[in-house]
Design a protein around this ligand. Structure first.
Ligand SMILES: [Zn+2]
Length: 188
């Protein structure tokens, strides 16, 4: 790995992405613990180190870059991280369910264990594109069933779904969706 500079680094990156994808797939099929975490970060740091000796850039600048990359990855994985201003930021965590009055009765469809699995599935990949695809697979824009004549109301509305362990698609409300994944409201 030390012998072939640039190429090695690219390969490393490719492998890293492959691994992310694999871990997402594994998680989706088995609901297991995400594998991309700390080990992935270590590998990335290792790659950056090689970078320095090969290109002979200033060490301090590269150190900043590793820290930035490591923190970016932690953040995108929903883990606690250090912000660019040096502030410790908390990781993502599942929020409470929707109200008992919810007409979709979301809590009867997914229990706390299911929610943990869904949360892990979403945050298993630090790749924003994977997360975006997850959202695309779980949110659907559908026409409103009853449209009042002459009203300026929206003609479509968003529907949110999660899949059960056995692969059944169940509709849940937006609150339940957002709170289970701990994502910001403007994402969906
Ligand atoms: Zn609900």
């Amino acid at each position: 790995m030390e012998l072939c500079g640039e190429t090695t680094e690219l390969d490393g990156e490719t492998r890293e992405k492959e691994k992310d994808r694999e871990s997402v797939e594994r998680n989706e099929s088995r609901g297991a613990e995400p594998a991309g975490g700390p080990r992935g970060v270590e590998q990335q740091v290792e790659g950056e180190r090689q970078n320095i000796s090969l290109r002979g850039r200033k060490r301090t600048r590269n150190e900043e870059k590793w820290t930035r990359n490591v923190n970016k990855r932690l953040k995108n994985n929903g883990k606690p991280y250090m912000s660019s201003r040096g502030k410790e930021e908390a990781g993502k965590a599942i929020k409470q369910t929707c109200s008992e009055k919810c007409s979709l009765r979301c809590s009867t469809k997914f229990n706390e264990e299911d929610r943990q699995t869904l949360f892990k599935q979403f945050w298993a990949s630090a790749d924003r594109r994977d997360q975006h695809h997850f959202l695309l697979r779980h949110v659907q824009e559908l026409p409103v069933k009853r449209i009042r004549v002459g009203s300026e109301k929206r003609t479509t509305t968003f529907h949110y779904y999660f899949y059960t362990v056995s692969g059944l698609k169940k509709e849940i409300c937006r609150t339940f969706f957002i709170h289970t994944l701990d994502i910001t409201k403007d994402l969906v």
